[in-house]
Ligand binder design. Sequence first.
Ligand code: GLC
Length: 442
Amino acid sequence: MVLLRVKLAEGEVVMQEWFKEAKLGIFIHYGIYAVDGVAESWSFYNGRMTYEAYMKQLDGFTASKFGADKWADLIERSGAKYAVLTTKHHDGVALWDTQYSDLNVVKKTPAKRDLVKEYAEAVTKRGIRLGMYYSLIDWSHPDYPTVYEGGKVPDDLSKVNKFSSPDGGIQDEERWNKFLQFNNNQLREILTNYGKVDLLWFDGDWERSAKQWNLPEFKQYLQSFNPDIIINSRLQGYGDYKTPEQGIPITRPEGPWEFCTTINSSWGYVPSDHKYKSLNQIIRMFCDCITLGGNMLLDIGPMEDGTIDKRQEEILLGLGEWIRTHEEAVFGTVEGILTRYYLGGSTVSKDRKTLYLFVYDDPKENVCLKGLSNPIKKITVLHSGKELTHEIHGGVPWFNIPGTTWIHMTAEDAHKQVTVIKLEFDEELDMYGGSGAVVTHN
Ligand code: GLC
């Protein structure tokens, strides 16, 4: 297995190469919240419905058309290399047959199936990397609300939420330790009963401090099951990579990173949410992520019976089609050049002898590239193979200042979504930076 050492702000971590190569993952928010089509966990936490009404959804969760193979096929066709399923959200309802709580879909719902098992088998069988989302916080567990955030009793006790804090002002460390043991037990089940788990995706760390989560020991415990496991950043500074959410980063995050996003504006299945992003927008977002050296984790929210909304399915299929057509610009590439050279996205082949420009809009007559010092061997439109001509204006050769490259391209050459122009060079890409080559995003 190839390992790459990457320096992160929190300290040095070992990062699996597969994650950096993956580019696309599919996030799956599946849970009882799909029965009424309400926000996952937050709907009772924020008082939009009672806890009892929320939990009533257990009775309606059938997973009657759930077919992990269908999900895995779709994930594969989307071009994704990994998947992350919500094994347990903040509501505490486990999608597997946990021995440590009856609050699971096998014991408490008509589904009566270990969905994590079926998911893990289907995904692993296809060579898709296996990811498990696990909520550290559990708003149903009696021992969870026994200590305060950061361990300090807040001045105004009337403001604390009963699902996450002791409301009487008294902390109970013993019960908190019992809760930590509970998490450890559930995570051991996840990490040992379903084959090799490649990635753990935590959420909810914000309600407690690193000390309260027993870090770094907790991380060592997780790594004891699989030293190669990747852990996302939601672990109070102890994670392996950054997880910006819902807003594409403007500046490149340091180290490995992954942008997670919904297709409409909900993580789980909310039928009243019609605010869907278009396929074009999703492809552009994906291009933006890989331009900045990150992955995109695109979320779907299956319906209660396990089927996936057509609109979400179409986005995944459309993205997959685009990726397949433009595969060489996506996989085996690294982050692109700064937008001050080219006003769009880009990637660079690993040998740095090919530059791929993402053209988001239909050009009028040219695509403009500044600061390119290399002579161009060939320019083609990736999806059609059509060769493009170019001209160079300006430049001061005796000071090695390159001119501006104008690539002749019109709307007729464009792909219906995002066009990729491939530029080939004999030597490694060399972008003029005034005081030297600048090819990073910082
Ligand atoms: C946010 C939401 C949570 C969701 C997660 C996915 O933390 O609160 O419900 O699961 O994002 O990244």
